[in-house]
Design a protein around this ligand. Structure first.
Ligand code: CDP
Ligand code: CDP
Length: 220
């Protein structure tokens, strides 16, 4: 499958990875891998089953046996539509805790590789370019100031009908950045050869256009 093109989009929480990845995939007619959703699904399952967040073995078992499916923008866990449920901040924060366990990451490894199908894939997350698809045709590291990201997340949560508080969000975002950046395994860092794009003052469509331009240049 190494001939099938992959674009990786990694970056911190609320940098716009998901939104940009979606639009780039739509534009190119490529498949999409929201790798964060896999960690969020594992986290949701752990919360619901009251699994201890320090029990690496039990958490890896959950990850290994996830019964998931993606249809368009919707995510299903054992046939239940959990698209909105996995977007709660509690689930994101739990996801970032369990994502630090090597055996949880290992359990999700093969599943992620399976998304590489013709005509191509856009994959977003933390380690798409560094660990999962190191041979990707284009690697992007999307970032933005923590204030810009907190504001984006705030608007998103309110729009989904969740309650949100700017001060708590800023604190949670910083804690999550810290955990994702400083963990021993698959930490959040730009991949070798990645194009870094700071979108603090950039509209979504500008970011999408930049990624498409880089891809066109890389595909030549
Ligand atoms: O996937 P990630 O957590 O990186 O971010 P997201 O879920 O795509 O959310 C980013 C939010 O900020 C979305 O509501 C976007 O519309 C908005 N936004 C953006 O993504 N990029 C910009 N340049 C400006 C706003
Ligand atoms: O949307 P947001 O950027 O907040 O988070 P996400 O991409 O849905 O991922 C949730 C959490 O899962 C992150 O904070 C990471 O700790 C973890 N994750 C990871 O470790 N590796 C990935 N490839 C994707 C997500």
């Amino acid at each position: 499958t190494s001939h099938i093109p992959v674009i990786t989009i990694d970056g911190p929480t609320a940098s716009g990875k998901g939104t940009v990845a979606h639009k780039v995939a739509d534009h190119l007619g490529f498949h999409l891998l929201d790798s964060g959703a896999l960690y969020r699904l594992t986290a949701l399952q752990a919360i619901r089953r009251d699994t201890s967040l320090t029990d690496e073995h039990a958490l890896a078992k959950l990850a290994e046996h996830l019964n998931i499916s993606f249809t368009g923008e919707a995510v299903f866990l054992s046939h239940e539509n959990v698209t909105d449920a996995i977007r709660q901040e509690e689930v994101g924060n739990t996801a970032s805790k369990i994502a630090a366990f090597p055996s949880v990451r290992q359990a999700l490894y093969g599943l992620q590789l399976g998304f590489r199908k013709t005509p191509g894939l856009v994959a977003d997350g933390r380690d798409m370019g560094t660990v999962i698809f190191p041979g990707a045709q284009l690697k992007v590291f999307l970032t933005a100031s923590v204030e810009a990201r907190a504001e984006r997340r705030y608007k998103q949560l309110i729009a989904k009908g969740f309650s949100a508080n700017m001060e708590d969000l800023l604190m949670d975002l910083k804690a999550r950045d810290d955990r994702d950046t400083n963990r021993a395994i698959a930490p959040l860092v730009p991949a070798e050869g990645a194009h870094v794009l700071d979108t603090s003052r950039m509209a979504v469509d500008e970011a999408v256009a930049q990624v498409l331009q880089w891809y066109a240049a890389a595909a030549k």
